[in-house]
Design a protein around this ligand. Structure first.
Ligand SMILES: Cc1cc2nc3c(=O)[nH]c(=O)nc-3n(C[C@H](O)[C@H](O)[C@H](O)COP(=O)(O)OP(=O)(O)OC[C@H]3O[C@@H](n4cnc5c(N)ncnc54)[C@H](O)[C@@H]3O)c2cc1C
Length: 579
């Protein structure tokens, strides 16, 4: 007797793995092109996107920039970004990104994401609820090379606005007709005899968009095509959802506690997850986030970054990248991690002097937090900010006006427990464990520049700090604020992985090491190499998610159906092509 081959439990033209910004944008484009789209998410969607600050890097003359009276051009944006992006993407792709940037924001607005052209007067790591446009990178420090413009467009919503960004994208996906299968984890890709990706093998806790009692026959639209008897019990689905949500906050601020709280979630998946085969007629888009939550991948690719605060969710376990690798995809920039060390707000601290253990200047203190983080990492992770009494007093005065709650906690720590002070520069150096002679020489040189004694006879700072921020630090007592990168609850060093699968930049298709593409497989967001893979500035990851997600969705929708499109799923024994 020959067994009837199993069929796909669910089939769609385009299957998107991961429902964060990149996955949502891929789904919107594919559904907009008339495709039947299924989006899978291990949890209920949102990922790091929903936890994020919701800052999208955009420029070249967006309507918000015009409202704020800011002049910008695609060329100026391209010029600045070329300094950050380096060789992560080709010049042609960077140009396309900058030219399309105003249109990208309009597209997001059309899908319900609100922005506003209210310009923040301070240099800050994140503007308060009064301002939604700001200098989110190192544009001012690079003013001598590229005309600066504020390009951080924060989604207009109170608090951290990533949740609003995702909520609006999720509503748009729901309106588009795409089906979202929550609590469904992609565990393997199914490939056909030609090596093309034909579908995804998953483990699911769900019965379908209707939930228990909802559509579940093989023919019902939206149903997963399995008898209800196979569904995980309702309590397990509820517990999975609630426990994951509860663990997300601790995961971000106290990772050990977050991991502990997340263990029952993983247990529920192992205990109650059921197999599900999802077929993709045109393509699979991997959009499952980064790998900062995978201790194994972090050890393997970025061992220097222990002690940072993983910026993401338990879903950032690199599973999407590994799925692509198993299908033959190549990876790059996996060793690139963005570590953030923000000195402001309060903005007054930007006039201080950042030094290493030898008392030598580390970098321009007004640069973007990730650039400062990278400079500190290069100095054995140790750095201190020297500030005199006037700077500390001014910083104290700015605290309330210029901070949101999480910035206030950090700033308060910097101005209290994170600081030592003494009446002399030598005295404060001794208290902090910094070389006194080195510090004295650095401070003397800095004060000379502030007094107009820069190398060209003016106040030019050799480190590149804008002249208005170079202010003499000469009023005792002196403070040294410990800015070293090490685990500290009140002053963590958040970090984000930047590398991923190598993609063909015109289409988003995953590339093999020999340069050929894996048919039917696309990657986007932090699953892929993109604009921010060499260097991150605030907003560039989400902007890249929108750019690369849309690209992958558009091209997957237009792809020729893969050879195995309407064939039944291969039986377990025949899954030669299983990866
Ligand atoms: C606190 C914080 C603040 C940030 N602020 C900003 C900011 O303001 N601007 C900016 O540009 N960037 C910011 N970032 C970074 C940015 O949020 C992320 O880089 C970006 O959201 C990644 O989007 P994504 O779509 O690639 O992945 P995610 O948004 O993480 O979505 C991936 C989804 O895939 C799911 N998934 C994972 N594995 C699987 C699997 N095997 N099967 C099915 N589903 C799976 C996950 O559950 C998740 O929902 C911030 C990050 C954090 C944490």
């Amino acid at each position: 007797m020959t067994a009837t081959p199993p069929t796909w439990d669910v089939q769609a033209d385009v299957v998107v793995v991961g429902f964060g910004a990149a996955g949502a944008c891929a789904a919107l484009e594919a559904a907009g092109a008339g495709c039947d789209v299924v989006v899978l998410d291990r949890f209920c969607g949102g990922g790091a996107t929903a936890l994020s600050g919701g800052v999208v890097y955009a420029g070249g003359g967006t309507s918000q920039q015009r409202d704020a009276g800011v002049r910008d051009s695609p060329e100026a944006m391209e010029h600045y970004l070329s300094l950050e992006v380096g060789d992560a993407v080709s010049p042609a792709t960077l140009r396309e990104f900058c030219r399309e940037s105003p249109g990208m924001l309009t597209w997001l607005e059309r899908h319900g994401v609100p922005f506003e052209g209210s310009l923040c007067p301070d240099k800050t790591s994140y503007p308060t609820n009064r301002h939604y446009l700001y200098y989110s990178g190192s544009e001012l420090s690079a003013a001598g090379v590229a005309p600066p413009a504020p390009r951080g467009h924060r989604v207009r919503g109170r608090g951290t606005s990533g949740k609003l960004l995702f909520a609006r994208l999720a509503q748009a996906v729901s309106r588009s007709g795409a089906r979202v299968l929550a609590q469904t984890t992609a565990v393997r890709l199914v490939t056909d005899a030609e090596g093309g990706v034909a579908g995804v093998e998953c483990r699911t806790l769900r019965s379908g968009p209707g939930g228990p009692g909802g559509p579940s026959s093989r023919t019902a639209p939206g149903g997963l095509g399995r008898p209800d008897a196979l569904d995980a019990p309702a309590w397990a689905r509820v517990a999975h959802r609630v426990l994951h949500r509860w663990s997300a906050g601790p995961y971000l601020y106290a990772p050990k506690l977050g991991r502990l709280l997340h263990e029952p979630v993983a247990w529920l998946e192992r205990r109650h997850g059921r197999p599900l085969l999802v077929g993709a007629r045109r393509g699979v888009v991997l959009a499952a986030g980064g790998f900062v939550a995978s201790r194994q991948m972090m050890r393997e690719h970025a061992p220097a970054y222990r002690g940072g605060l993983p910026l993401g969710t338990a879903g950032d376990d690199g599973s999407g990248i590994r799925l692509g690798e198993q299908a033959g995809g190549a990876t790059a920039f996996l060793d690139r991690v963005s570590v953030w060390r923000f000195l402001s707000p309060p903005a007054a601290l930007l006039s201080g002097v950042l030094v290493d253990r030898d008392g030598r200047r580390v970098c321009d203190e007004s640069r973007y937090g990730a650039a400062i983080g990278a400079a500190i990492m290069a100095r054995h992770r140790r750095a201190w900010l020297l500030a005199d009494r006037a700077t500390i007093d001014e910083a104290r005065g700015q605290l309330r006006r210029s901070t949101l709650w999480f910035q206030r906690v950090q700033a308060f720590y910097l101005l209290t427990a994170g600081r030592v002070s003494a009446p002399t520069v030598a005295g404060v150096a001794a208290r902090a464990g910094v070389d006194p002679a080195g510090l004295a020489a650095t401070v003397a040189a800095y004060n000379a520049i502030a007094a107009g004694g820069g190398p060209a006879g003016g106040p030019e700072d050799p480190a590149g700090k804008p002249a208005e921020l170079v202010r003499a630090q000469d009023r005792p007592p002196y403070s040294l604020i410990d800015c070293s990168i090490r685990p500290r609850l009140a002053y963590p060093a958040p970090m984000l992985t930047l590398g991923g699968l190598v993609v063909a930049e015109e289409t988003g298709q995953v590339r093999r090491a020999d340069g050929t593409v894996v048919p039917g497989l696309y990657a986007a967001g932090r699953n892929a190499v993109g604009l921010c893979s060499r260097s991150y500035v605030s907003g560039l990851s989400l902007a890249d998610c929108v750019f690369s997600g849309r690209r992958a969705g558009r091209h997957a929708a237009a792809a020729r159906p893969v050879a195995s499109a309407d064939r039944p799923a291969p039986a377990a024994g025949e899954r030669r092509g299983y990866v």
